[in-house]
Design a binder for this molecule. Sequence first.
Ligand SMILES: [Zn+2]
Length: 214
Amino acid sequence: MPNTPTHDFLTVASSVVMTPALFSLMRVSEVSQPSAVIVASVVCAAHNVSGLLFSPDLDLDSRIHQRWGILLFVWKPYKWMIPHRHFWSHGLVLPPLLRLGYFFMMLLGILFVLESVLRYAGLPLPTWHAAIATQCIDWLVAHPIITLSTAVGFVTGGAVHSIADWIVSSGKKLVRVLFATRRSPAYARKQVPWSGVHTRWLFDPFSDDHPRHY
Ligand SMILES: [Zn+2]
């Protein structure tokens, strides 16, 4: 599997290619320059945040956790709940958006607990968590282009990671099948049967299929 620095490089490099391409595509489609700049910038930022901070590898102990500092504990339940390299972490489209929703819900949950504890201690506080949730949802509904651009960037940021894992996993499997020979019994013992390139884990939430480390 690609390690974290490789995934980081792929995330940043793909955004460097994707952002001007997206900007050019919008300009060709007669989108105004200011709108094209805003959309391309938001997609680029969301793509990098998704790949570097909200990485699919939050489903295991990885360098990504260290990037969250004191908020590291927010991702512990996620790591416990989500099987490693399963659709729910590494699948395309839905999982990156679920990570964003999960993070938002966890922050609201923490705020709710804080409010409840302080209220119990005699400090009558307003329900900030409800007000923040309502304001965020209202803002997202009122700015559909920004919302959609953010969602697209989050999806592409996760997809670059998952596709890189898929390519490396399948490539290593293919090399082992092709080159494990009788001349190398120790290597041949580990030989794996070629049963096609697994792709269900990228698309199927109900699949038990997730690529092994070869
Ligand atoms: Zn991964």
